[in-house]
Design a protein around this ligand. Structure first.
Ligand SMILES: Cc1ncc(COP(=O)(O)O)c(C=O)c1O
Length: 387
């Protein structure tokens, strides 16, 4: 199957109305928000075309989505979640917000591993909870890892009730191992902290870094955990609005009752239909996408070495996001802002991911090798004296 990242031309992409391609003027190369420059997977495109043909645009029904995800989880992660213990929600962020209200008290501490997906840092206070940052460890070579001792201490802090685990991790691309997850589950259990696992990037891991579903960890913490899943990242369906809240076990399902009935109705039927097709018939397309993304994450390393060797970059273990350390360049605390201005490349602002993101930016490499190359060449020209 053709690499999905090489199908669309820049002219095709400029026709898009999505946030990524609409937000900036034509002279800006958008490499910020987590959308992909791919066409739809063929089974998803035909399911959506059929739905449009039928005029099937009424209110959401969960039709088949829990079962389709259960099949995908079994094939890809050896996880067998119960379709009866899943709820459709509009998107992962709304799911997390609703679940925070159901499983934690107002003012509760919610631990996150910074630098972390920026909306977590606003969603938690917006929903009346407190961010408790437990920074990832970073080795001298720039590699990130879980600082398990620090996490143990942070989970024990006053008022902490939830660990919002982002695995695979955005923006570092870190994939937790089974051993790390077992240790984390043990700490969570000991401190009576409930784990909310955002596994939206789980279909996008690279060779050598298999995703371990938190719910499969042999621990009571897994039974209490609530997991967030969606086809929206791996199949580029974010605008169609369908994700799921999945109970790790019966105790988690009980804690989610009663789930506010209006929330599932905020999801889109087309998102459900697309998700069913993706989870049921999307494996072959996903395999070629992962192959193309794997090549891009390595191409990015080569391009940076060749054109801007000052940039620190460790290829991610999952996701199509590259976390760039730009502190060696004269771009200030928020290099994304400087590069938008000077290189006309739009990256995600590092400091929005937490204080560890100062001097950093996040680059989305789910694009063609040509546009990826253009992005790096533009950055290099902007930081080269006289360039
Ligand atoms: C870790 C993580 N969680 C959640 C989301 C947003 O998902 P949704 O659009 O389903 O809210 C993203 C989007 O990039 C993400 O990276």
């Amino acid at each position: 199957m053709q690499n999905p990242l090489t199908v669309l031309s820049p002219a095709d992409l400029r026709q898009r109305r999505s946030q990524k391609w609409w937000r900036y003027p034509e002279d800006v190369l958008p490499m910020f928000i987590a959308e992909m420059d791919t066409p739809l997977a063929p089974p998803v495109a035909s399911a959506l075309a059929d739905a449009v043909q039928r005029g099937d645009t009424g209110y959401m029904s969960p039709y088949g989505l829990p079962e389709a995800f259960a099949g995908f989880a079994a094939r890809h992660y050896g996880w067998h979640p119960d379709p009866a213990h899943m709820v459709v929600v509009p998107d992962v962020l709304r799911g997390i917000a609703e679940v925070l209200h159901l499983v934690s008290s107002p003012g509760a501490g919610v631990v996150v591993n910074t630098p972390v997906y920026a909306p977590f840092l606003t969603l938690i206070p917006d929903n009346g909870r407190r961010v408790v940052a437990s920074p990832l460890r970073r080795a001298a070579d720039g590699r990130y890892g879980y600082d398990l001792d620090a996490l143990d201490r942070d989970l024990a802090r006053d008022g902490v009730e939830v660990l919002l685990l982002c695995n695979p991790h955005n923006p570092t691309g870190l994939v937790a191992t089974a051993e790390e997850l077992a240790t984390i589950a043990g700490y969570a259990h000991r401190h009576g902290v409930r784990v909310l696992a955002d596994e939206i990037h789980a279909p996008l891991t690279y060779p050598g870094h298999p995703h371990v579903a938190f719910a499969t960890v042999p621990s009571p913490a897994a039974e209490r955990a609530v997991v967030f899943v969606s086809a929206s990242k791996a199949f580029n369906l974010a605008g169609l609005k369908a994700a799921m809240v999945v109970a790790g076990g019966t105790p988690a399902w009980q804690a989610l009752q009663p789930f506010p009935t209006e929330v599932p109705f905020g999801a889109g039927l087309l998102g459900v239909i697309a998700g069913v097709a993706a989870f049921t018939d999307g494996d072959a397309w996903l395999a070629s996408l992962r192959h193309g993304l794997d090549a891009n994450r390595m191409l990015l390393a080569e391009l940076l070495t060749r054109h801007v060797p000052e940039v620190g970059y460790v290829p991610p273990q999952a996701t199509f996001l590259a976390w760039l350390d730009l502190r060696a360049l004269p771009l200030g605390d928020n290099p994304a802002e400087a590069l938008l201005d000077r290189a006309h490349v739009a990256l995600s602002s590092g400091p929005t991911f937490g204080p560890e993101g100062i001097g950093h930016a996040r680059l989305n490499f789910a694009t063609s090798p040509e546009l990826l190359t253009e992005g790096v060449v533009r950055i290099a020209a902007a930081v080269t004296p006289g360039g």
